[in-house]
Design a protein around this ligand. Sequence first.
Ligand SMILES: Nc1nc2c(ncn2[C@@H]2O[C@H](COP(=O)(O)OP(=O)(O)OP(=O)(O)O)[C@@H](O)[C@H]2O)c(=O)[nH]1
Ligand SMILES: [Mg+2]
Length: 703
Amino acid sequence: MKVYATEAIRNLAVIGHGDAGKTQLISSLLYVAGATPRWGKVDEGTTVTDHDEDSIARKITLNTALAHLEHKETKVNLIDTPGYAAFVSHARPACRVADCGVVVTDGVKGVEVQTEKVWNYANEFMLPRLMVVTKLDKEHSDIGIALDSAHNVFKRAIVPFTLPIGKEHNFKGIVDVVHMKAYEFDERGKAKEIDIPTEGRDVIDKTRERLVELVAESDDALLEKYFDQGTLDDSDVLPNIGAAIANSKLCPVFAVSTTNLVGLSTLLDHIIEFAPDPAHHDAEHGKNEKEEPESRKYSSSETFSAYCFRTIADPFAGRINVFKIFSGKVGTDATVYNSTRGTSERLGALHTTQGKQLDKVPEANAGDIIACVKLKETQTGDTLCDKAHPIIYDPVEYPEAAIAFAIEPKSRQDEEKISVAIQKEFLLAGSGQVHVESVVEKLKKRYSVEVMLHPPKVPYKETITQRAEVQGRHKKQTGGRGQFGDCKVIFEPLPRGEGFIFEDKIFGGSVPQQYRPAIEKGIIEAAQSGAIAGYPLVDFKVQLIDGSYHNVDSDEHSFRAAGRKAFRNAMEKVKPALLEPIMDVEITAPQECSGDIMGDLNSRRGRVQGQSTGAHGRDAQLPIDIELNHRRARIIPYAVLALRSGSGSACAENCSASEGRRTNPRRGRRVIVMSRRREQSVIIFRVTYSVKEIILVRRLRKA
Ligand SMILES: Nc1nc2c(ncn2[C@@H]2O[C@H](COP(=O)(O)OP(=O)(O)OP(=O)(O)O)[C@@H](O)[C@H]2O)c(=O)[nH]1
Ligand SMILES: [Mg+2]
């Protein structure tokens, strides 16, 4: 395989709502560019990126997958990402390493719930982006739906670069508004230039005007020129489009049909001409081993550094790590330094990834994406670099699992296999029910293990509700040297999500400096098993105010014990309480289900915070529910609940949960999408589950 210079690389994360057509877009682009001899189709299970058996069977993308093509001597790396709610968080690391996002939007449904979610991921990483409107060959499709909803939701400088010629099954060509040309496409997706149609000319001209305006607005000097001349020449517009996109001042929109190959070759041309290459980043920022800031430029002359954003467990090849090279270059068999873990790694062969197929490359430059197999220790989130010039990049955080199931082997035989397959981890957590089920299926297919799923226990925490001053005194005299530690501390409740704070308020030497951390350790240890029901105790502050010691008998161990004792004494006075996890839930559902859902939420102590109605899932997020009527409280996926409450089976299959817990309100959100039937008006509930800590404690105590 060829080696590409940084400027001849485009890294695109293809993101969007489930079923929008991301995988088919990639597959069709690969075919049009001649990267695959066969035209892969999602519906036939033959795409390059939906290659694992589970994706093929479900016809949805379950994790990120990579493909690449060459167009005009430029390598385009395409990262396919899932759009289905339970898996969509995998799109985040893709946004971290891509240089441009391709937001795929359904031409019939417009911007949907997960489109907004991935849009926010792209915002997080300041990812420039372009939008592709698919399915414009379908009945009821209309690029206007996508454009209007995108304007409403994203409030960005969104402007079509290509406009469709013909509608629905007559959608056969496009007008390239940037170069003012029109094309039709043959059955292999090849473009043939035609005259710009006279019909709809006013829309074309207006779009072109808007484009010029946006390019002018992206740069002060251009804007001045624009005001002077009343317009801008092509020689001013064309060279500045790339920068406007890279600086997120402009989001181009492309009209395509990926099943009829309309508009794709023009899209490729525009990607090469305008999408930012890796070097458009000023630099990648990280830190060195002394925690001092360090940065690297996307240049092959810098020292090597790379970030691992994906690890694939392949039944044949073993573990495959996929990296983006942030700086420098690397060759086959290089020995590099894993700065995250402080170990050396020998890379062996470097590969490009075409779905499940790996092809060797002799070397790779800054900006490129490569895969290595059978590295010793490297995991997703790790940095590899030059040992003499260490740098560590922050790993992309994954959302906390939203749902967990206890798993039980079906037979004794399965029990043995299970421990091999999942290393004795008998609780299976994931971002939603489908996520967990897909892992179970993998266990069955790959390791021939059959398991049953049970609802898990709710992960409660404990906290304190009152301030108290206590003493913790540990004294032991058993012949020989004794043990002595003594501390006086104040326990105080903290607001939710604050965790634990330890403050050393001792003035003078009542407890020698070196023993004070031991007191803190003792308290932390004791807090792990809580005060009521064995759950970790959180959200409290401890101030160390006084204590005493013994010249001979005091040591670290004794003060640790004193800390534990102080904790236990405090629990008598601070009125501990149980915290039930609560979550913000946003539910998008067809209007006719609203009564049922409302009743259901009320019966589950859900507190509805607001409602809005609209044609699109604005602000929509989220699903999972906690049922506390049962003594062993259980988490129930909303999907099941929706079915049970009679809200309609059509809804249930699209319900899923993601992310978070109460301790981090920003992340503590759940997604439920109850209907994809977009033509209907939907209703959105914003719900926060109430916490009745104290009451719950009493209830548990009686039980
Ligand atoms: N008619 C038509 N169908 C399309 C087009 N693009 C995609 N589809 C169909 O839409 C369905 C979903 O396409 P995918 O490419 O799997 O969608 P996706 O965005 O990858 O979905 P997830 O992986 O689940 O997030 C498939 O049945 C495709 O054949 C298009 O341009 N026209
Ligand atoms: Mg897909």
